[in-house]
Design a protein around this ligand. Sequence first.
Ligand code: F58
Length: 812
Amino acid sequence: MDLRYKLGLRPLGVTPAEFEQDLLSNLYYRRGTTVESASPQDAYHTLARTVRDRLAERRARTAAAQFAANPRWVYYLSAEYLLGRQLEQNMLYSNTGDLAAAAIKTLRLQPEEVAALDVEQGLGNGGLGRLAACLLDAMASLDIPAVGYGIRYDYGIFKQSFIDGVQSEQPDDWAVLGNPWEFRAPDDRQNVFFYGHTEPTGDGRTRWVPGEIVVGEPSHMLVPGYGTETVNIIRLWRARGSEESFNLGLFSAGRYAEAVQDAVRAENISKVLYPDDSTELGRELRLKQQYFLVSCSLRDIIRRFQMRNRDWDTFPEKNVVQLNDTHPVLAIPELMRLLVDEHGLGWGRAWSITRRTFAYTCHTLLPEALETWPVPMIERLLPRHLEIIYQINQDLLIEVDSRFEGDPDRLRRMSLIQEEPERRVRMAHLAVAGTTAVNGVAQLHSRLLAETTLRDFADLWPDKFHNVTNGVSARRFVRLANPELSSLISSALGGDGWINDLDRLIGLEALADDTGFLDRWRAIKRANKVRLGLGDPDSLTDVMVKRFHEYKRQQLNLLHVITLYHRIKNDPRRESAPRTVLFAGKAAPAYHAAKAIIRLINALAATIEADPVVAPLLKVVFPPNYNVTLAELIIPAADLSEQISLAGKEASGTGNMKLALNGALTIGTLDGANIEIRDRVGAENFFLFGLDTAQAAELRAGGYRPRDYYERDDELRAAIDAINAGVFGGVGQEVAGALLDWDEYLTLADYRAYVDCQDQVEAAWRDQTSWTRKSLLNTARSGFFSADRTVRDYMAQIWRADPVRVPPACEQ
Ligand code: F58
């Protein structure tokens, strides 16, 4: 029995009076203020604490049950987590929404006013960071003993605004008013070494003498499961100067800046989330971040292992460490170093343990996104790790050579070290060599990984390669984001069991021909558009929300908008359905081509708005600062989901899943998870267009000339000419130039198919009953894209961990 219960501690109250009592007590004793003087911030922080306390009590029971079971732990290592807002989620998961609303009124405040103060935690860039959050949510909901490790950046993903249509970036000081969701745990801090040199110890081992020591201080946030008792944690590390980093002597001498210089340098490690990895500047700092995360987390994992276990050989049975892309891959040489240098294991034994402990998820196929680090940089920053990497490489190349004798080209291709044009460590190769399983994130992606990017490794270890198609949290992106639709679904399915068992959505199919139900379905979509407030709710709301990247082809959508603009201008009496085209997303600050596309979209929006002939039929909106909070507003309002990347470039996509689950129809290419979405929702409920991967490769091989498409297609030519003629605020020439001269992602080749497909969309939209039926079927058949299914797939193929049931308080 948990000691707390022996001491007579009971779960916190569940009646309105008890909740209100707790709220007031938190206001007085923890916030240190009174009802009379409480500001909305005071109310928000106090409410957050009161809700958090309910989860903390469940957390205590979870920790007790999990440690007692001494289970196989799933550790998720990720440099990014895009958690989104916490208050509403935590109220839902602790069933305190109504209690909170009533109690807040005692403070003479409105619940919405207080909820609006909840700050989104944007500690990630895009899909990869949000996936990490969805998987942790699913693991907790499935009672899997899991911990997520990451970095507690002081500044999350930048805030985006537009100045004259140009993206401008502001720092996101997300925790400036305090973060009520976080528990600091300075007693679990870890020392992290950097720089210095290695030397033999005399007993055959190697010692790393560091040149800098940084302290990693953890805090954790609660990750509750829905409909279960489990509350897991995510542990985020923050960098601090060590005690020696503050130089009292210099300070006393008035040399203040120098006195704190080392501490400042240390703290810079967790200062800011990198919005891209395309700038040379600060690359060493990024490498430091990666090692910092890995070093702190592995020491913590080992500490937890040693609380219950002695025998190192059981380490892989008790721990599986999932590496979210290559960012935490230094964990492989780091575990080797800890086992060999610090715990005295032999190389072979340590390597066997290491390999069986880790698994690696790849999220890209773009060659430029596969991380490599200059050998001299690793040598300077992590001298011992480079030695270990060399040793791993030697063993790898011996294995390859014995399997594929006399194939020097293969050895060169597979080496962990790239030699030309400069020596660099290939992190993806290290990831494959040092893990038991490698997975892609959609069927096509996993196949292409094994056939192209990692082909040599798939030849060597075919059984290592897996597919785990991504999934999303319907709890956040349907239940919380779309409460009206959720109630309708629950009433149709006879309860809310679908929230934790998304396959049950298939039950909605039975209502596909019930016109009364379809009317209600459509009315909710309309109400969501009204709530969003960005355009005529009766227009076709055409949504493209994602990071800006040329491969995702926002340019293609933009060319279609220009084509519609021309059609309306050329024939104002033409029958066309009103459309609102919504773009949202950020471009990496150094990615000029993507920023030029943003600027052109904003200019196009302004030109259309100012045109009295076109404006009633076509509107372009581009709300700034796309984040999880904005996604939760936009996605439920979408009619059409734009998933138009060049085939073979989008690893999976997850926005596509969220949109389909909320009843948007997809217009998309045969790329990433679009293929699986189409297979499930049915070809007749999906607008497919464009080249597939084989056709794209063939076109390239034959010498692609974008200008030919421009010359052959009148509407395309008119669109590009209009940009070049300065029709849209005089901007966008560089976007047009890139398309005409180079067009790396075959935008012009797919233009005609796309525009024709959009015409089919418009024709389908005219029949609202049929459209709504398709919308319903998209939701009904998208249950597969639940992150719960994704986690079950990881469990079956890779993790093989057992759930641990946490007993409810009444059983204690
Ligand atoms: C995304 N990757 C993929 N990377 O593009 C998307 O297809 C997939 O659905 C998703 O991962 C989840 O598997 C992604 O979001 C990044 O954000 C990089 C992080 C490191 C800096 C550069 C961007």
